[in-house]
Design a protein around this ligand. Sequence first.
Ligand SMILES: Cc1ncc(COP(=O)(O)O)c(C=O)c1O
Length: 507
Amino acid sequence: MNCATRLVDIFGSQAEVARRFSLDRAVVNHWVKVGYVPARWAMEVEQVTAGQITAVEVLNEATACKPLKLKSRPDGENLIDSTLTRSIAMNPYAPSKRIGSFHPPRRTLMGPGPTEIHPRVLTTMSQPAIGYLDPVFVEMMDELKALLRYAYQTKNPLTFPISGPGSVGMEYCFVNLVKPGDKVIVCRNGVFGGRMIENVERCGGIPVVVEDQWGEPVDPQKLEDALKKNPDARVVAFVHAETSTGVLSDAKTLVAIAHKYNALTIVDAVTSLGGSPVLVDEWGIDAAYSASQKCLSCTPGLSPVTFSEKVVDYVKARKDKIHSWFMDMNLLLGYWGESTRTYHHTAPTNSLFALHEALLLIREEGLENAWARVRRDHVALKAGIEAMGLKFFVKEQYQIPQMNAAVCPEGVNEAEVRKRLLSEFSIEIGAGLGPLAGKIWRFGLMGYSCRPANVMLCLSALGSVLDDMGYPVHVGDAEAAAHGAYAAMHAEEAKSKKKRDAVKAAA
Ligand SMILES: Cc1ncc(COP(=O)(O)O)c(C=O)c1O
């Protein structure tokens, strides 16, 4: 006898079972028909039958018949709830749903972030909580700052993670560097440049916009022309890696031009940090911000920032009151600065443990190796995508290896492809934003998500979905092209290693 029929046997009828569990009779009838009681009822079954049927028996039987799947059910159906807590039912707050523990599905995250998170980072994040001024935590903060300096390639003492996503890091830079009346040149070639303009306006600054086409990098000549016309511009801001289009701009050149005209620079390194070189000191970047959920492959919600001494001195000398209390650098220095550690806000401690571990993984791999890994997987992914007959949105020399934008072919339903990748293969890729909505797909190769296995799975799934939707693609061509690209790169690497070894031996 299975658990469902045993229940009927114990209580005499399906109707009585339904009554005991506060359920509709049809539900019990369904249990009997399918031959098991769903796993989520295990505890209640043990309780209602006073142990005659144990929870383990229900679980074992249910998982054998049907792999465990959690599902919402109406509030009040849970016997324990209804007998003990009916007077404080959830109905007024969540009418149609019984709320249980949340178990996210396993996904292959190949979009513009968040990325998959390395098991070591997840484990670290689940360590016991400690206070944000605990001496052990304070020691970890110093290490975290050092690891971030490594990622940013800077000696800037003020390099730390802001509590908040990349957008908070962006706002933090503008709030501190732009005061009312300041002229700020913002280079816009995608969504995120547009957000910078919003920030300038909200700080009371005057934005001067240097426009470039979406899909093109920021044009250094246009920036120089704008600075010539606006020699009083105090700040130049631009996005290094424009996630919305997949374009990498030449940050080194843009910063050099800004400095020629005595302007400070704010650089958005949200998608570039950890995936492509961001050489803060070598390029002379004054202020930069990033986000934890991109190439650092950590949980979202932290925004690593770095500020040159020049910026810190400027903010310290500001006579006006910075209009955001939370973001006032002068106040936050008390927590993240060099000498003191006093309360500013309650830091997200476990997320910071996680970032420490994520950065440690990058340190162990080596920053250059991380960049090279992203480049290798980009070359393979690109070979596969092009073998399917799809085109990249951005010219080769400006492509961000960790953010690959491919054009959705005429007649293919862009959203349907993403939907099917998610539902059939559990793969998430990104959609186009703003004017590119419905026109491109964005394939991320960021952090822990950037692995050959993910590249191959993604190509194979995409080929299968496109083929099924009637797009003329040869299933298997993409995988073969990607394999070929990896093989060529391995052969090249082996050749260079041989040469290096020969030089070493001769020395
Ligand atoms: C270039 C760029 N800047 C800023 C942001 C905003 O970051 P967040 O979503 O973490 O607030 C993003 C997010 O994708 C981004 O790609």
